[in-house]
Each structure stands twice: as structure tokens, then as C-alpha cells.
Design a protein around this ligand. Structure first.
Ligand SMILES: [Fe+2]
Length: 494
């Protein structure tokens, strides 16, 4: 007698499980693993239509389905199965459990996920727990149904939290884009009709519109037109807490409204206001909770960003003042750095460099000769030819510049450009002697712009060359000093 037959005979309630996966090894692993238990009766299908056919003929307690399948996807199968039997418990298998996918599958009625590669214990645990829950549910005591509902709500809640975190943290570094993202998320989370973000100016004690998203006749009009709403805003500012208000108290906000503060280091940055869709039920405490999760996460994200920006700007200001201190000694350096920056950016744009590269060039261009701060006046301003020793001191400036910028981890890429701006394509440059494509691309661009500018401007030791002569020099030094692609690109512009 087989195990299964003995279980049936002993009166144990055998559960019927359908496993759907087009990939045989995974399907076999699940079937074999579950098949070891005498409590389960397993069927398998290799695609959606086959699964639906089996589902029509059998009353399954649980379905385990892969999401990625050719033809009918696991998500489509899930929807069809739930249509046929809303009580069917379905566990989805996925290799890539994004929050979007999770939310979408839970909305369609999946009870759980198995993430590939899954281990056998996890599979057995999940199958067991969901079969028990299903039994509980079909046991039909009201208490049990409520418990099940609470569990489901909790799951949806958890995935909403995950959704907030993922979306906010993925958001771009651009300020306006972040505010738009926050407003859009708020609308999605609580089924809002319109969401606005007002920034609060402590100086004039006024709100300034940042973003209005959704279908709006404008909460802001309400704000300026409604003294009672302004009082609500003031209350949020004062108490630094979110409020949920209904039309009973404020007819102009029908049906209901949530106002939540965006805070940075315990200071009010602004207020997010969201109004419920008309003809829908009013906001409840759970909606308030979601909005609070969102504004807290967004506040943290904005705080980091603003801190980052202020440090960055602070550091750049310090470095620029260093450059100015060189200018006090050598007027040429600052103007030269400015021109080299502009020309480098022009070359980089014509070579289709990325926006990030352009930003790096703007910084590195201004700072490229910062190491000259350590070169004494007697050498830096010497009108005549430099001695061998003096030249060695000058040649140190890329390394000194690199060292000045080194502690600023934000300027890693710029540091390399500063360090390598006197490297040569043929490997005979300084300070390292890098060759060809080993020299960072942006340093190769800066090197061409730097040399052209030096040639076409008066120096203490020689007068400026004509544009034509300088171009000739660039061409003559292609493959020796310069990257041919960069020189080509620059000559086209010139
Ligand atoms: Fe230099």
C-alpha cells in the first residue's frame, strides 16, 4: 500500500495542489518535495491553459504558479483562477520580486510569494501555512474570516510601506522631481484627487506653492480664500503634526483632507495636503498612517539631499576661494581656468559626453591648476625660462592639486581629472606617465583645451600665438601629446 493510500484510509484530509511552471527542473523540485508528504496530492502543468483545464476538473486547495511563462503569464493565470474560484489560494513564484509586482499580485489575490532560488523548508512552510489558513477560512467562523482579512490587510499595508520606501529612495536627485514624486505617491497611496506641496517660508510666515498634482481646481485657491484652511495649516506648523479633517468641520474640503508636515531636522519645510476623491468614502486613520509614512520617509530623503548639497556647495566654495588666492598672485590662473572650463565643456558636448561628465568638467576645469598654490611666486611668476629644478617644482602641481581634493569623496572623478591633466597620449606626460585610453577621457579633453588656451594667451615668458598657428600645433601633436578624437572634435568647433 502506498503512503498516500494509507493516509486516505486513516482519514487524514488530503490536500490537492497544482504546480504550474514551464521550467521542468523547478517544477520537478516542487512536485518531488511536496510529494514526499502523504498529506498532499500533487498535479502539475507546464503552462497556463493546461493549468486552467486541470483546475476545471479538480478542486485544488492550493495552486503554486511561476510568473514568467511563455504564452499565458502567471499573473494572467492568477486572475482567471480567482475568477473561477475566489477562494483559491495561489502562491506565485518569481525570480525578481519587485514591489510593483508584489502589490499587483496581492491585489489580484495571490496569498504569498516564493522567490527563486527558494529553499525546501521555505516551500514546505509556506504551503503548510496557507493550507491551514484556507482551512480556517473554509471553517467559516466569523472570527476566523476577520483574522484572515486582517492578515491580508497587513500584507497590503506592508507592501504599501515597501512601495513608499522603494519609490522615494529611487527618486532622482533633482529637487522638483522629488516633490512631484512625493505628490504622485501620495495620490496613489490613498486614492486622492489632488495633492499639493506648499513650502513654508519662516521669514514671511507664508506658504509658497511647489507642486500641485492630480485633478485640481486648486487647493491653493482654497488656502488663500479660506481662512479656516489657513488656520489648519497654521495648526500643522505649530504642532508639527499631521491632521485629518472632514467636511463636517470644514465644508470647503469635502469630503476630507489630510495635511502633513514635511520636516527637516525638526523644522517645517512645507506641508503636503491631499484631498479625497469626491463620491468616495472619507479618509480614515489608515490613510493618515500611509501619508505619515510617506512624509516621514520623504523628509528623511530631502534632509539627506539638502545636507549633501550644502556640504558640496560649501566644499566647492572653499576650493574656489583657494583658486582666488592663486589669482591674487597670478591673475592669469583664474581667467585661464575659466576659459579652459568653458572650452572643455564645449568639446565634451560635441563628443556627446553625459550630463554627469559635463558637471565634473565644470568643477575640474575650475580646479585643475589648484596645486599651483604650492608653487612659489619666484617660479610661478618668473618671466624668463625655468631651470630644470624650477620646472620639476611646477610639474608637481597636478599631484598637489589631487591631494588637496583627495579628502572630498564627492570629488573622486574630478580628482582624477586634476591629477591627469598633464598626461600625454604617448605616455611621456606627468605625473604618472599614463598612455592613451588609460588617461581618463575627461582629462584628455581638458588637456587639449588647457594647451590651446595657454598657446593663444600671453604668458610672462612668451607672447600669444594666433588661432591658426595654435590649431596647427594641436594637429602636429595628435598621437603624441593629444588624443586624436579630442583634437578632431575641437578643431571642428574652432
Ligand atoms: Fe596645469
Amino acid at each position: 500500500m502506498t503512503q498516500r493510500a494509507s493516509s486516505e484510509k486513516s482519514g487524514i484530509n488530503i490536500k490537492k495542489i497544482l504546480v504550474v511552471d514551464d521550467y521542468l527542473p523547478t517544477r520537478k523540485l516542487i512536485v518531488d518535495t511536496l510529494g514526499q508528504s502523504s498529506n498532499y496530492h500533487i498535479h502539475e502543468a507546464q503552462n497556463g491553459p493546461q493549468a486552467l483545464h486541470l483546475f476545471d476538473e479538480n478542486n485544488y486547495d492550493l495552486l503554486i504558479s511561476d510568473i514568467m511563462m511563455p504564452g499565458m503569464s502567471g499573473m494572467d493565470l492568477l486572475a482567471l483562477i480567482r475568477e473561477k474560484n475566489p477562494n483559491a489560494a495561489v502562491i506565485m513564484i518569481t525570480g525578481n520580486p519587485t514591489t510593483d509586482l508584489t502589490v499587483s499580485a496581492i491585489k489580484k489575490g495571490a496569498v504569498d510569494f516564493l522567490t527563486k532560488p527558494f529553499d525546501i523548508d521555505e516551500l514546505l512552510y509556506k504551503v503548510d501555512i496557507h493550507l491551514r489558513q484556507k482551512e480556517m477560512l473554509t471553517g467559516e467562523s466569523l472570527e476566523q474570516v476577520l483574522a484572515q482579512n486582517r492578515l491580508r490587510e497587513k500584507t497590503v499595508e506592508l507592501s504599501k510601506q515597501g512601495y513608499i520606501y522603494d519609490s522615494i529612495d529611487e527618486s532622482p536627485m533633482d529637487n522638483d522631481a522629488i516633490f512631484h514624486k512625493i505628490a504622485e505617491l501620495a495620490l496613489k497611496l490613498v486614492d486622492g484627487e489632488v495633492c499639493s506641496i506648499l513650502l513654508f517660508d519662516e521669514q514671511d510666515n507664508e506658504f509658497h506653492e511647489k507642486v500641485v498634482s492630480g485633478n485640481s481646481e486648486g487647493l491653493l485657491k482654497n488656502y488663500t480664500q479660506s481662512p479656516s484652511l489657513k488656520m489648519v495649516y497654521n495648526e500643522v506648523i505649530e504642532r508639527k503634526e499631521a491632521v485629518l479633517i472632514h467636511s463636517d468641520d470644514h465644508p470647503e474640503v469635502a469630503p476630507s483632507l489630510i495635511c502633513a508636515p514635511l520636516m527637516i531636522r525638526n523644522n517645517i519645510l512645507g506641508i503636503l495636503t491631499i484631498r479625497k476623491k469626491r463620491n468616495r468614502e472619507v479618509f480614515n486613520k489608515r490613510d493618515l498612517h500611509h501619508i505619515l509614512s510617506l512624509t516621514k520617509r520623504a523628509s528623511l530623503n530631502l534632509e539627506n539631499k539638502i545636507l549633501y548639497e550644502s556640504i558640496y556647495i560649501n566644499v566647492l566654495d572653499t576650493l574656489k576661494s583657494l583658486i582666488s588666492s592663486i589669482q591674487a598672485r597670478d591673475h592669469y590662473t583664474e581667467e585661464h581656468s575659466q576659459r579652459v572650463t568653458e572650452e572643455s565643456v564645449r568639446i565634451a558636448l560635441s563628443m556627446n559626453c553625459s550630463i554627469n561628465d559635463i558637471e565634473s568638467l565644470k568643477i575640474a576645469g575650475v580646479l585643475h591648476d589648484i596645486g599651483k598654490i604650492a608653487v612659489p611666486d619666484s617660479i610661478l611668476l618668473k618671466p624668463g625660462k625655468l631651470t630644470q629644478e624650477e620646472y620639476l617644482i611646477i610639474k608637481n602641481h597636478p599631484t598637489i592639486g589631487e591631494n588637496i581634493v583627495k579628502p572630498i569623496i564627492l570629488l573622486e572623478k574630478e580628482r582624477r581629472i586634476i591629477q591627469c591633466h598633464h598626461e600625454r597620449w604617448d605616455g611621456n606626460g606627468y605625473p604618472i606617465g599614463l598612455k592613451g585610453a588609460d588617461i581618463p577621457m575627461l582629462a584628455r579633453i581638458l588637456s587639449v583645451a588647457d594647451s590651446y588656451d595657454a598657446m593663444t594667451n600671453n604668458r610672462p615668458y612668451r607672447t600669444a600665438m594666433s588661432k591658426e598657428k595654435a590649431i596647427e600645433e594641436l594637429i602636429q601633436n595628435v598621437n603624441a601629446q593629444f588624443d586624436p578624437d579630442v583634437v578632431n572634435a575641437y578643431i571642428k568647433i574652432l
